[in-house]
Design a protein. Structure first.
Length: 354
C-alpha cells in the first residue's frame, strides 16, 4: 500500500449508498482493502438495509438511519473478532447495501398450457399470466442463500427464479381450488389470494416476500371458447318460436317495400297470416281447402300466376306482379287436381268437370 493510498484510507469515515437504481437489488460498498476505520459512520437511507460480512459469515444488519461502527453497536462482529475490551485499529469487513423497497410490475406467465379437470368439459388446458410485487424482508438470508460474494446483484437475476416458482405452484393451487372453467374469470381475485399464500412459503427461502399477486387473464382453448360462444348466441335468441316469428316479420317488411315482388295484395295476405300466427302461435296448421270444380285457381287464396309465379290474392283476375290475366288458364277438379282450360273430364279421378 502506497503512502497516498494509506492516507486516503484513513479518511474513509462515511459509508453510504445513494445511487440506488430500480434495477439494483444488492450493492457492495467499495471499501479499500476491506478495511473500515474504527468509528466510521454508516448511513442507511430509507428503503435500504446494510449487512456486514466478516470472513464469509453474516454479522450485523442495520436498518435506515446513521450508525457509528464501534463495538457497542456491532455485537455479532465483535464476538466474531474476539474484541472483549474494544478496539482502536481499522477492522476488515464487507458492507452490502440491500434495497428493501417494493419491486413493482414484475411479470409472470405460463409458457406451456396447464392441464386442469373441469366437471363439465373434462380435461382442459388453460394459459394464464399476470403481475406480482416482491420486497426483501430478510437481507441476511438473501445474501447468504442467493447473492453470495457478488458485488452487484440485480433484480433480473432473482426475478426469473421467482417467476419459475410462481408458474410451478400455479397449477397446484388452481387444481386445489376446483373452480370450473366457466367461473375462473369471475373468481380471479380469490384464486390469486390462494396463490399468494402458496408462493409465499417458497419466496421466504430467498429472504423476500411477495406483497401482491395478480392474475390478469386466463385464456381457454379455442374449442371451449367456440362452445361458450354458441351457448351465448342461444341465450340471446331465447325462445326459438319467437325468433322465427321475428325473422318472418323482417322478411314480410322487406317484401312489402319491394312492389315488384308480390304487390300490395300479397303483403296484405301474408301480413294477415302472420298476425294470426302471432295471436295463436300454438295452433296446429290447417290444410288448405280444395277449390270447387270449375273454380279458377286464381280465385283461391294462395294461387300463383301461371306467367311469373307470383302469389295472388283471392279473386284477382290480373297478376299484381306482371299484369297478365290469371284466369281461366287453369281450373281445378273437386278432387284437387289442376286441369287445363276446356277439359271435360278429370285426368286424375275421371269425373266430369262442370
Amino acid at each position: 500500500m502506497g503512502f497516498f493510498d494509506r492516507l486516503v484510507n484513513q479518511f474513509i469515515e462515511i459509508i453510504q449508498w445513494s445511487d440506488a437504481g430500480r434495477d439494483t437489488l444488492v450493492f457492495e460498498f467499495p471499501v479499500y482493502a476491506k478495511e473500515i476505520k474504527n468509528g466510521a459512520q454508516l448511513v442507511v437511507l430509507p428503503g435500504q438495509a446494510a449487512v456486514l460480512v466478516n470472513q464469509g459469515k453474516i454479522a450485523d444488519v442495520y436498518g435506515p438511519g446513521q450508525h457509528t461502527l464501534t463495538t457497542a453497536n456491532m455485537p455479532i462482529l465483535s464476538t466474531l473478532m474476539g474484541w472483549k475490551y474494544g478496539f482502536e485499529s481499522p477492522f476488515k469487513a464487507q458492507v452490502f447495501f440491500v434495497s428493501t423497497t417494493n419491486q413493482l410490475d414484475m411479470k409472470w406467465g405460463t409458457p406451456n398450457p396447464i392441464m386442469m379437470r373441469d366437471p363439465e368439459f373434462g380435461p382442459v388446458r388453460i394459459r394464464a399470466f399476470g403481475t406480482y410485487t416482491f420486497a426483501v424482508t430478510d437481507p441476511a438470508k438473501l445474501i447468504y442463500s442467493v447473492v453470495g460474494s457478488n458485488p452487484v446483484f440485480s433484480v433480473d437475476q432473482i426475478a426469473e427464479q421467482l417467476r419459475n416458482t410462481i408458474v410451478a405452484r400455479f397449477a397446484d393451487f388452481l387444481a386445489e381450488a376446483k373452480v370450473p372453467v366457466m367461473q375462473v374469470a369471475s373468481q380471479q381475485d380469490e384464486i390469486a389470494a390462494r396463490g399468494r399464500e402458496r408462493v409465499q412459503k417458497d419466496f421466504e427461502e430467498y429472504g423476500v416476500s411477495i406483497t401482491k399477486f395478480l392474475i390478469s387473464n386466463v385464456s381457454l382453448p379455442p374449442e371451449v371458447e367456440a362452445i361458450l360462444d354458441k351457448r351465448t348466441s342461444m341465450n340471446i335468441m331465447g325462445d326459438m318460436g319467437q325468433f322465427q316469428q321475428f325473422q318472418q316479420a323482417n322478411a314480410i317488411e322487406a317484401a312489402a317495400k319491394n312492389p315488384g315482388a308480390a304487390g300490395a295484395g300479397m303483403g296484405m295476405l301474408v301480413g294477415a297470416n302472420l298476425a294470426q300466427g302471432l295471436v295463436q302461435p300454438a295452433a296446429a296448421p290447417q290444410a288448405p281447402a280444395r277449390p270447387a270444380a270449375g273454380v279458377p285457381v286464381a280465385a283461391v287464396a294462395g294461387a300463383f300466376c301461371p306467367s311469373c309465379g307470383a302469389q295472388q290474392a283471392p279473386g284477382s283476375r290480373f297478376c299484381a306482379g306482371c299484369g297478365k290475366p290469371t284466369a281461366p288458364q287453369v281450373v281445378a277438379c273437386a278432387c284437387g287436381a289442376q286441369l287445363a282450360s276446356g277439359a271435360k273430364f278429370c285426368a286424375s279421378c275421371g269425373k266430369p268437370v262442370a
